[in-house]
Design a protein around this ligand. Structure first.
Ligand SMILES: Cc1cc2nc3c(=O)[nH]c(=O)nc-3n(C[C@H](O)[C@H](O)[C@H](O)COP(=O)(O)O)c2cc1C
Length: 283
């Protein structure tokens, strides 16, 4: 059975298909890259995963490497997360040792970004790792055949890899049974803004924004910014018909998200909120 895991970095591309296409490519070298750039305003869940359960991410990278035929992985770490490097390096050393003992030839290196938002986009990320200006490439060709150093590459978000680990451990069905059609499984949400309980939460996909606001709002929520600055500002009147997931249903709208959920109450000026996002993009 398939888990129907889709990329948790925001694109929602089927993870199994990503790995399959890369496995089928004829590149002489292949790479696995964990995208830990986490630059979208309002998201802070990848930092938590890498701090608390880095072994899940590393294990999934090793399995992916085995599946696609790669010996080399990278963690592309957001520049502002430099403080994670010493602990991560320690965990990677231990992990590589375990791989060696298990007869697996797989090495992982940390590549520290320089704080540029666009470098979270997978092809700009390759450019950045290759020492060039971090700008997106035209697609196609896609990373599954033409990625880092022009070789077939899997790029996965930190959370996607953590879910892959859970699927290997507990089976595809457990994951598939959560969520709704087209949007299976659970997802981490970074909840911030006008909420009495800002934090990171793991929730099933497919919930309506109405239910989300009932749980996390302060009783006066006027809009929710779903998917950070590059996402959607959903006004109160659309809460009921908007669900959080990867594909529209016949009625209403379904919004994909990398997990950034910022609540605004009626004390906020929408004009100022939008101005803030424009400043962010201009910068
Ligand atoms: C402007 C821009 C910024 C992005 N930033 C990130 C990021 O910080 N982290 C991330 O995982 N994906 C980011 N993405 C999505 C990646 O390009 C890519 O789709 C993702 O890493 C693939 O992993 P997934 O399939 O596991 O989601 C960004 C995309 C765009 C267009």
């Amino acid at each position: 059975m398939s888990s129907e895991l889709k990329g948790r970095g925001g694109s929602g591309f089927p993870t199994g298909l990503n790995w399959k296409l890369t496995a089928e490519d004829q590149s002489d070298k292949k790479y696995v890259i964990c995208n830990a750039d986490e630059g979208e305003p309002g998201t802070f869940k990848d930092r938590e995963i890498l701090s608390e359960v880095p072994y899940k991410v590393l294990t999934a990278m090793a399995v992916c490497a085995h599946v696609i035929g790669s010996q080399k992985g990278f963690i592309y770490l957001r520049g502002e997360y430099k403080f994670l490097v010493p602990e991560l390096t320690k965990v990677i050393d231990e992990f590589e040792h375990c791989c060696k003992e298990a007869g697996l030839n797989f090495k992982v290196k940390i590549f520290l970004g320089s704080g540029d938002y666009i470098c979270g986009e997978e092809t700009a990320l390759f450019e950045s790792m290759e020492g060039k200006r971090g700008e997106p490439r035209n697609k196609p060709p896609y990373p599954t055949s033409f990625g880092y150093l022009e070789k077939a590459t899997v790029v996965n978000n930190v959370e996607t890899l953590a879910h892959a680990f859970t699927i290997f451990k507990y089976g595809a069905k457990k994951f598939y049974d959560l969520g709704v059609q087209y949007s299976r499984g659970s997802k981490l949400f970074s909840v911030s803004g006008d909420t009495p309980k800002p934090d990171i939460y793991e929730l099933e996909l497919g919930m309506s924004l109405q239910d989300f606001v009932a749980e996390f709002g302060d009783g006066n929520t006027k809009a929710v910014q779903v998917r950070g600055a590059s996402g959607f500002l959903v006004p109160h009147k659309r809460f009921e018909k908007t669900t959080i997931g990867y594909r529209g249903k016949l009625t209403g709208i379904s919004l994909p998200t990398g997990g950034s959920m910022i609540l605004f109450n009626s004390s906020r000026s929408t004009y100022n909120v939008l101005g803030n996002y424009l400043d962010f993009f201009r910068e």
